[in-house]
Ligand binder design. Structure first.
Ligand SMILES: C[S@@+](CC[C@H](N)C(=O)[O-])C[C@H]1O[C@@H](n2cnc3c(N)ncnc32)[C@H](O)[C@@H]1O
Length: 340
């Protein structure tokens, strides 16, 4: 389902949407004209706009359902935007070559229920999950600047084939949700096998034209060990570094004095009371941006959750855009961002 439609009123291509000269149509149809200077003068910094229709430089953004768009400036003048909705359809409405760095962690395969219709991660077939993520990444490639960099964090899943779990997951209640494809019969891999999800996604993205520059290991320090007796407990995840051109921004200095492709970072993120998004640790988001984002860059997280990437980007001097399907997560991240 398309959440937003773009009607380009000026020309086919049109200028990329910016925060300047926004006309905001509230539900009660009152229209507010704001330029960025006026915004500062009127002390409207960080105001949250929940809109049905937002007109951006001649481009009309129309929410077709209850989806929302929020936008503002930090006290340092950094621009942020949060879209609540499906990342595939929202990204389809964003202009080409806009973001210098995309840092994201999509939903893993059958590991968590985000309680929202249309969520990725609960596809009955492995191939459908791979397609869902790769389709979003096609859009990520289009909106990524020509010299931009994408950091994609993905975790793997085992195929148990044991039928619906009746036990209590000590780590997280959110990880038990009826019969999962990875517990049911017929997933197409041998029972007890690691599925290889991150590499399946990465190779599909390469097939679709992405350049895979590094498969960074995130050594998840202080991660709770898995309760397993017949295989090594997992302690790392992949962070794939993708680009779309031969020349791109890469700040190797940010990796000095350490193994460049093994990042030892605590798996303990900031607490996000009231919501459960499997957040990134701040340090991981920071490292991706230190390595792959030029100063004053535009950063995007198409699966923004609690807004870790946006918060870290804005406090590091970048502009930030986030998308998430879950309205509660969007409200949470907007609350955190608007005080920056
Ligand atoms: C692993 S979490 C991201 C956590 C985030 N990195 C953080 O620091 O909080 C994945 C997110 O993807 C969102 N999501 C799932 N399906 C989506 C979809 N189709 N479009 C947009 N967001 C989606 C979930 O609501 C969840 O917040």
């Amino acid at each position: 389902m398309t959440d937003y439609l773009i009607k380009n009123e000026s020309s086919e291509e049109g200028p990329p949407p910016t925060i300047e000269n926004i006309e905001i149509y509230h539900q009660n149809a009152s229209t507010v004209n704001i330029s960025s200077n006026e915004t500062k003068e009127k002390n409207l910094l960080n105001e949250v706009y929940e809109t049905e229709e937002v007109k951006l430089n001649g481009r009309m953004l129309i929410a077709q359902d209850n989806t929302c768009f929020w936008s503002g400036l930090t006290t340092q003048g950094k621009k942020w935007e949060v879209y609540q909705g499906n990342s595939l359809s929202i990204m389809s409405s964003l202009p080409n070559d806009t973001f210098h760095c995309i840092v994201t962690s999509p939903p893993y395969y059958w590991l968590r229920d985000y309680n929202v219709e249309g969520q990725i991660g609960m596809e009955w077939k492995i191939a459908d999950y791979i397609t869902s993520i790769a389709d979003v990444m096609d859009q990520a490639k289009r909106v990524l600047a020509k010299d931009g960099v994408l950091f994609l964090n993905l975790g793997d899943t085992y195929y148990s084939g044991k039928g619906q779990s009746r036990g209590i997951d000590k780590k997280s209640k959110k990880r038990r949700f009826g019969l999962r494809a990875v517990d049911a019969n017929g997933l197409g891999v041998p029972k007890k096998s690691l599925i290889g999800i991150p590499w399946r996604v990465a190779l599909e993205m390469v097939n679709r034209g992405w350049v895979l520059r590094s498969a960074i290991i995130w050594d998840r320090e202080q991660a709770l060990p898995e309760n397993v007796k017949d295989r090594p407990s997992r302690s790392y995840e992949n962070i794939f570094m993708f680009v779309k051109s031969k020349k791109y921004y890469f700040n190797q200095k940010a990796l000095e004095g350490q193994k460049e492709d093994v990042w030892s970072i605590s798996a303990r993120p900031k607490l996000t009371p009231g919501i459960s998004t499997a957040p990134f640790p701040d340090e991981l988001a920071q490292k991706c941006m230190d390595v792959g984002c030029p100063p004053n860059g535009n950063v995007l997280d198409p699966f923004a959750g609690s807004g870790t990437v946006l918060r870290v980007a804005l406090t590091s001097g970048h502009n930030a855009t986030g998308i998430d399907l879950n309205p509660d997560f969007c409200s949470f991240m907007v609350k955190k961002i608007k005080v920056l």
